[in-house]
Design a protein around this ligand. Sequence first.
Ligand code: GMT
Length: 376
Amino acid sequence: MRIAIVCYPTYGGSGVVATELGHALSILGHEIHFITYKQPVRLDTLNKNIHFHEVFVSEYDLFHYQPYELALSSRIVDVVKSFNIEVLHVHYAIPHAYAAYMAKMMLKDDKINLPIVTTLHGTDITLVGSHPFYKTAVTFSINNSDYVTAVSKSLKEDTERLFNIKNSIEIIPNFIDVNKNAHLERPCHRESIADEKEKVITHISNFRPLKRASDVIKIFEIIQKKIPSKLLMVGDGPEKSKIERYVQKNDLTNKVIFLGESNEINDVLCYSDLFLLPSERESFGLVALEAMIHSVPVISSYAGGISEVNINNVSGYLSDVGDIEGMAKNAIKILSNNDESKRLKEGAFNQAKLFDISRIIPMYIKVYEKAINKTI
Ligand code: GMT
């Protein structure tokens, strides 16, 4: 198939999923065309089936806001015509599903049918999308996609609750490439981060308020009073400087390491003993899955779709959002008991394997085929 994929190219689960999906499809022989404003960060391995088309938005002083959707829909039309694209897969509803619909209409004028598959990822629905400023356009875009998928049962339910949806929504969970990520034959440079006796606890996020990074620090504060440990904070975002100030003020600077945005999360997870994800909202929690494939147990909240990924007492423990004491208690339970830690490490790895890419890719291929064969 000739498939065009529109996604956000920056760090973030939806971009990672779109990129890994395109890459896996290209290996299977499909022709993949990424259309976005920058080469996706995880698109590090190119091959003859992968093409990248940049979307340019020229700056005009006249415009207070530059019209990205306009540039994107024009670029989609050009790529579809030039490369005979059979199906367009857009990740994240805003503004991608909307631009896709505009492209579809423009192509209709040329008697070209462009099937659209829209994948909903989370805050495009639960936070931004349902805001009154955007809701009408998001509802319209979802209802006018040929197929709609959501990354978890929880996100499907949220979408149906928040919008007046006429389309059926298929759940296609996020995935991980087990062969690529597990058992990486490389030395884990744990000694560069922590002493032999110290445990390594990790949090990776974009430090948006909904990630509750301040809970991470408070959970860690409790843990490190009982267990010698280091906390690795990976990523960047709006709350990071606030957290850094807290760390300085509370004398934690020699125990908390900020690593910034990183493409080397496999290296970090390879020597982590525990992963913290206390988010307020999370449609899936791809990062938890990434930790689990490295046999790292996850302490998380019950928010959204996390409980479809992290199973209580199997791959880690879950608590209510904001239950800092409960999360710290569970973390200490794992870190202070080797048998418990071993059991949950195995549980995390086995649970992650259920989301292997080989199980999920066929689901997307089926959706593309249905979209292409759908009679208009
Ligand atoms: O979590 C974020 O802030 C980034 C966001 C994104 O759009 O990349 O992540 C969303 O999509 C991921 C991939 O499907 C999910 O794993 C995340 O749970 C979801 N984030 C939220 O729902 C907050």
